[in-house]
Design a protein around this ligand. Structure first.
Ligand code: ASP
Length: 589
């Protein structure tokens, strides 16, 4: 479908001017960009609309300034020899004999619009977001996002999914994140929660026989903001009936690949899979970044009979090799940097960090070398594949600490910025049902939300050995960012109660808090499963950005405020009274 760009006010778009238009008289509308005086009488103006910029040759008496809105009628002509600008698509032409109509004047903008804006303070960018978004970078990002959304919708619909909208005002649910609450006026003292995700609704849609549901849904979580987290974010949310995890993974992969193709023009290779256990064992993290190696190397058996005390009793001993060839600076770390790495390892929960610098012929330079037998030294070098100049880091601890500490050090030392290619997608499958025991409540802590189906082979151990139970849960990871997660759900009411009981939610409690959710499952819930992935994160990476703020039209700052609208703001006391709310004095800091 071709789009008609001419309107009552213009005949073409600025960015569309090419040599083929030479000789045409066109009328363009846009904002005044850079102006350069040219000789005594002439000036060059860049005219900008969303499609790009075009150079206009004007009389230098023309009084138009930066960001004024103008309408220009002129003749397209070739730029004189030697002045062609091959950096922009319109660089071969310019508009001459220009007649200018001012549609609106403008105050000088608080920052130049013709630059990327990396050096402008974040608060200032967001205070003037409507100007920030005029930039080419933001225009591209927001339109890329739309293209991704559109590709996802098309893909989901072609796979038989039906879009259903679900409520924003709902009861509080046990999905794990802190919720935003909305006070009820009709029932003072009662609150709605804004959805952390449409999880409950989509499962009810399966009971309702919708078979395949999707929605590009707004989700809200009151959690500290980071580069990959905003209070409000968009997810492709999907649920399907009569499926197993391979079905879900296949359908979501199809949508992600379609989105990636729409954004980059090329199709990523089929997405690989890895178990959660392997992800932890080899990358030390459940969202492994596969763009770089430095994998965790197993050394436990090397030290089975060691005399070195720190290694003798450890459950798990692993190493990473910081190769000089790839990481010359890190591999050559001096004493201060090595001490800082040791401190970092301790902060992350390890008892310590052993470092060894590999010299010629496998000689090891390390404060602990004298405690290691010759065979142990040879094996360290052999197993890690280290060569002269490399740095080997070893942690000895419980399996989970060894993995997580080395996984974090691996990321600290080797991880490229998230948006840097190549794109490495991976499905991480077979997550544990519970991730540990809460030291205060002594109850197992759920890995995902409590609706994930335990692995059928492990259900018998739900009560006797909960930490060994795998869930039919899976995550999709891209370049070390978790894009999303999903699972096959529990559709058997009794099994759901067993899981709730494990989490300390009694049957009465469950009926009281989630009766509306449990009740429908008595009326013939089909086996079902689903997934949700973050559109902001996917878009940011594909747009070459490392903060999701750059692909959201009106995001919040790191501290959760909006410098443009000043939200969150105080409200009239009458509004509070109506809601039955009286404020406590602010907490003393
Ligand atoms: N509702 C889950 C989430 O938002 C995803 C899912 O299990 O479908 O993380």
């Amino acid at each position: 479908m071709s789009i008609k760009n001419s309107t009552a006010l213009r005949t073409h778009l600025c960015g569309d001017m090419r040599s083929a238009n030479i000789g045409e008289v066109v009328t363009l509308c846009g904002w005044v960009g850079r102006r350069r005086e040219h000789g005594e009488h002439l000036a060059f103006l860049d005219l900008r609309d969303f499609s790009g910029i075009v150079q206009c040759v004007v009389d230098n008496s023309v009084d138009v300034r930066s960001e004024w809105v103008i309408r220009v009628t002129g003749k397209v002509q070739p730029r004189p020899e030697g002045t062609v600008n091959s950096n922009i698509p319109t660089g071969e032409v310019e508009l001459a004999e220009c007649k200018i109509e001012v549609l609106n004047s403008a105050e000088p903008p608080p920052f130049p619009i013709d630059q990327r804006g990396d050096d402008v303070d974040e608060n200032v960018r967001l205070k003037y977001r409507y100007l920030d978004m005029r930039r080419e970078r933001m225009q591209k990002n927001i339109r890329l996002r739309a293209a991704i959304n559109s590709a996802i919708r098309k893909s989901m619909e072609s796979q038989g999914f039906t879009e259903v909208e679900t409520p924003l005002l709902m009861p509080s649910t046990p999905e794990g994140a802190r919720e935003f609450l909305v006070p009820s006026r009709n029932e003072p003292g009662s609150f709605y929660a804004l959805p952390q995700s449409p999880q409950l609704w989509k499962q009810l849609l399966m009971v309702a026989g919708m078979d395949r549901y999707y929605q590009i849904a707004k989700c809200l979580r009151d959690e500290d903001l980071r580069a990959d987290r905003q209070y409000e974010f968009m997810q492709l949310d999907a649920e399907m009936s009569f499926v197993n995890k391979d079905d879900v993974i296949a359908m979501i992969s199809t949508a992600v690949i379609a989105a990636a193709k729409a954004a980059t023009g090329s199709e990523p290779p089929p997405i690989e899979r890895m178990t959660w256990h392997d992800a932890m064992n080899f990358y030390g993290i459940d969202k492994p970044d596969l763009r770089f190696a430095m994998k965790l190397v197993e050394l436990t058996s090397v030290f089975a009979a060691t005399d070195f005390k720190a290694f003798a009793t450890a459950e798990s001993i692993k190493a990473i090799c910081v190769a000089q060839a790839q990481y010359p600076e890190q591999a050559a770390s001096g004493r201060n940097k090595l001490d800082a790495l040791t401190d970092r390892a301790k902060k992350l929960g390890a008892k310590g960090l052993v470092w060894l610098k590999v010299g010629e012929a496998g000689a090891l330079d390390s404060p602990v070398a004298k405690f290691l037998s010759a065979t142990e030294q040879v094996e360290i070098v052999k197993q890690t594949g280290a060569v002269a100049g490399d740095l080997v880091l070893i942690v000895a601890d419980s399996w989970s600490i060894t993995c997580s500490v080395l996984g974090q050090l691996r990321n600290d030392l080797g991880r490229p910025p998230v948006h840097q290619g190549p794109y490495r997608y991976v499905w991480v499958v077979d997550f544990p049902m519970f991730v540990g025991i809460n030291p205060t409540t002594k109850l197992p802590q759920p890995g995902h939300h409590p609706f994930c189906h335990p692995h059928p082979e492990d259900i018998d151990r739900l009560e006797s050995d909960p930490l060994s139970v795998r869930a039919l849960a899976y995550d999709l990871v891209l370049n070390g960012w978790e894009l999303g997660s999903g699972s096959i759900r529990i559709h058997e009411p009794e099994l759901q109660r067993r899981v709730f009981r494990q989490l300390g939610i009694s049957d009465e409690d469950a009926d009281h808090r989630f009766g509306f959710f449990l009740q429908p499952f008595k009326y013939g819930a089909p086996p079902h499963g689903g997934f949700a992935f973050g559109i902001d994160r996917l878009t940011a990476i594909l747009a070459g950005e490392d903060n999701i703020r750059e692909v959201i039209a009106f995001p919040k700052t790191q501290s959760g405020s909006d410098p443009m609208t000043n939200a969150p703001t105080n409200v009239e006391s009458a509004q509070l009274t109506e809601l039955g709310i009286r404020l406590l004095p602010p907490p003393i800091k």
